[in-house]
Design a binder for this molecule. Sequence first.
Ligand code: ZN
Length: 287
Amino acid sequence: MPELPEVETVRRTLERLVAGKTIEAVTVRLPRIIQRPDDIAAFEAMLEGRTIRAVERRGKFLRLLLDGLVLVSHLRMEGRYGVYKADEPVEKHTHVTFRFTDGTELRYKDVRQFGTMHLFDPGDDLVQPPLAKLGLEPLDESFGFEAFAAVVADKTTKIKPLLLNQEYIAGLGNIYVDEALHKAGIHPERPADSLSRKELRALHEAIVTTLREAVDAGGSSIKSYVNGQGEMGMFQQQLSAYGRKGEPCHRCGGAIVKTVVGGRGTHFCPQCQKPKGKRSGAARTGV
Ligand SMILES: [Zn+2]
């Protein structure tokens, strides 16, 4: 599933490709993608004649800002956008097409069909589901250390599931949580309220740095086709923990291990990310 950096990359590319374009007609081929309004014909009709002004992001959601409307789009597992000339063949799994007045089309493809679109009046989207309950936005100025600590510090849950919970912090997924915890040297099963102030600072910094590096890597890799996840490959070469089971830790040389935390496959370094209380003593003697 695309996480914040991939969605941010899609957002930037999408904005460059479609901002300023005016919708002539919308065709929905798979009604279940459209979650709001219930009436598909109304969804299509409401968008006609509207110009896309900007594309923003909230967590893993895209927000297409049009004249007088906001289209909220979630790519889920495999949703992706592409811009085509209107006379190009429509590929399989294309579920929604936005035809523009300039003879191009924005097409939404989704093999798994899990993606969603919601249409709102401006501002309503932020106070209604699915965006209403989203937590802190980690690349926003508002994501300061104190705001982060206020969310994390008193929770008794394990730190990894907490970071995955979109109601606390929006946009993190399995890959970047593993990366941030490795960078901060924190075991994924540590209870959040067991983290010291120093560890919280390290984790806060690791989250921001990890996401920024991923956005920077992804932002340079996409050309004309907007892709929900294919360009992740650029950044995966730089991953330190996720997907590296058995490979050497970049910090200590020990093997990265894979386990399951909160039902999710989890990669970490047993040397660099110790459960609390085992940081010193016996574990060190064998090194
Ligand atoms: Zn290590």
